[in-house]
Design a protein around this ligand. Structure first.
Ligand SMILES: C[S@@+](CC[C@H](N)C(=O)[O-])C[C@H]1O[C@@H](n2cnc3c(N)ncnc32)[C@H](O)[C@@H]1O
Length: 378
């Protein structure tokens, strides 16, 4: 079977977890900064776009080269064979992201690559492709990172972190892909799970979807893949059927606690749209109070507490984290807990005061905000 080179884009800090997921889904995978590379047949395009939980977008790899100048980038883009991708009636757009210091902007890279695509098609294929920046038939992604340029065809359209199940939008919602990565890091396999700061229930919903093997295609109704020139309807149907057959409505014990009545109600709305209201419960109350934990026996905690940016001063958030760690340890002694916070120092100092060791921590980017994920035993 013919294989192709692919890469997925990933939030910085969870590349190893995404590579682990890719290995399960499509075979071997190699993590890089903000990306994971792999080689696989076309089937992988459907599997990843319909079932991967920790990644943003899947691209068909077109080129990966070192460069020194904008002229080199033009040369890399011009050498690609656009024959299987474009035609006289097919439009394209180039989107560029750039990391590092360069004497040119992302816009300039996109313009130069666009010109290279037009020149390559005109000179080698005998037609001039149309540019359509609004609704192109083909979206070419260019990632420039220091001295490396990476080109690919976007096969995903809108990022996979947009799951399509959120009806209630919590103002500090966690990115779904990070929630899925935290569940992987905590070793979630369907055991009794608690999120004591559940907000709009992103973590409980991701857990339930993982346990029930609900594919993303149940909720993402974007007909993006059929527009691709290398789309194969038979392969797509086979993958779709296999994924839908594997999904179950088995019961799991998943609980969220949320102090705000408004967010708790919002969470319940999201449970319904995410088709998990029969396996996730949301308790409205204060997770630092012992009563709310009385009938709860969690085997894993995964949570995203307030960062304190808006509601607390940094000093207050440190004291709050201390109260939280004491209360959760009291209620769930010895249980593994995965936390994410952008208030790293107050969290680490609070853990030290409460004498909860932190055997694993890592830096991640949550949206544009630097944050840290911690794994500890309560
Ligand atoms: C960062 S948000 C969680 C967002 C959530 N992960 C999501 O994706 O929607 C933290 C949440 O903790 C709630 N919260 C704050 N103090 C709490 C407490 N003592 N007990 C329970 N929930 C609390 C806040 O109301 C807020 O909704």
């Amino acid at each position: 079977m013919e294989t192709h080179d692919w890469f997925v884009t990933v939030a910085p800090g969870i590349e190893d977890l995404a590579a682990g997921e890719m290995e399960e889904l499509v075979g071997s995978a190699k993590a890089d900064v903000g990306k994971v590379f792999f080689r696989a047949p076309l089937e992988a395009m459907y599997v990843v776009n319909y079932a991967a939980r920790t990644v943003n977008r899947l691209h068909l790899l077109l080129a990966r080269e070192e460069f020194e100048s904008l002229g080199d980038i033009y040369g890399v883009a011009k050498d690609v064979d656009y024959g299987p991708l474009l035609g006289p009636d097919r439009s394209f757009a180039v989107r560029c992201k750039r990391i590092g210091e360069h004497p040119f902007t992302s816009m300039e890279v996109a313009r130069v690559v666009g010109q290279a695509v037009i020149d390559s098609c005109t000179e080698s294929l005998g037609f001039r492709p149309k540019v359509d920046l609004e609704e192109p038939d083909l979206e070419i992604t260019v990632l420039v990172r220091f001295g490396e340029v990476l080109m690919g065809v976007n096969t995903t359209g809108e990022s996979l972190h947009r799951r399509g199940y959120r009806a209630y939008h919590h103002p500090a919602a966690l990115k779904t892909t990070l929630a899925a990565a935290m569940l992987r890091l905590g070793g979630y396999r369907g055991q009794a799970l608690l999120d004591p700061f559940c907000g709009g229930a992103t973590i409980p919903i991701e857990a339930a979807h993982l346990a029930r093997r609900y594919p993303l295609l149940l909720f993402r109704k974007d007909p993006y893949l059929p527009k691709l020139p290398f789309h194969d309807p038979d392969t797509e149907r086979a993958v779709r059927e296999k994924l839908l057959e594997a999904a179950t409505r088995d019961p799991y014990e998943i609980t969220g606690i949320e102090i705000s009545p408004k967010h708790a109600e919002g969470a319940r709305i999201n449970l319904k749209t995410a088709l998990v209201e029969d396996t996730v419960r949301v308790l409205q109350g204060d997770c630092t109070r012992a009563e709310i934990h009385r009938d709860l026996s969690a085997e894993l905690l995964v949570t995203n507490p307030p960062y304190g940016m808006r509601s607390h001063s940094l000093k207050k958030i440190g004291a709050f984290y201390e109260t939280v760690l004491r209360a959760l340890r009291e209620a769930h002694h010895g249980v593994r807990a995965v936390f994410i916070t952008a208030s790293a120092k107050p969290f680490e100092e609070a853990a030290a005061r409460v004498e909860v060791p932190i055997p694993h921590s890592r830096r991640v980017m949550h949206g544009g905000l630097p944050a840290k994920i911690y794994v500890l035993e309560l």
